[in-house]
Write a protein of this length. Sequence first.
Length: 223
Amino acid sequence: MLNYAVDPALLQPFVPAGTQLDQHEGKTYISLVGFEFKRTRVLGFAAPFHQDFEEVNLRFYVKRSGRRGVVFIRELVPKYFVAAIARFAFNEKYSCVPMSRRIEARVDGSIAKAEYAWGLGPSRCSMSIETDGASSLAAEGSEEQFITEHYWGYAAQPSGGCLEYEVQHPSWQVWKARHAEFSGNAAHYYGAELAQPLTSRPDSAFLAQGSPVTVYKGTRLDP
């Protein structure tokens, strides 16, 4: 998770109706997140060849009526069927692109390095992290907790309003970063304005262990 503090005005056009930007200690963040789906099921059904795959998303954070949530600006996966289902069910901004990952573990089984890459040729991008020290639960009120513990998703809908859906998972163990970076043609996927902060050094970065996650069917919120 590579996190960048940005001007709130940059994100205002993406804020779904009925929500407002959420901040941590007065700062507005976008996050570039790479992760693995493992043993994925949709409505209890495991689609052949679509259970284990990578995803990279660019997201930011909102709140509504005491609920803290995430808005996805762009989500990339290597499986066309996954992208199609997400667009149909949630109107999320999924695209299908070639992807790869590389994970390096230490002798004790902890993660030393991780890298996710997407795209080919001039459009290729990658994000990488080298961890520092042992993992631990995010401290109460910390930036790590703010980034990892938004348990609602919000997706703007074409006809107005937005979809609100719940995401459940336990608190995650996190490793802080010794070094982390993004490289590549960010403007190709995110546009020139959003690409600009990604080309600078992240304000923070960490790796999360992950866990079982449940995403529930959404409820439409009309304007």
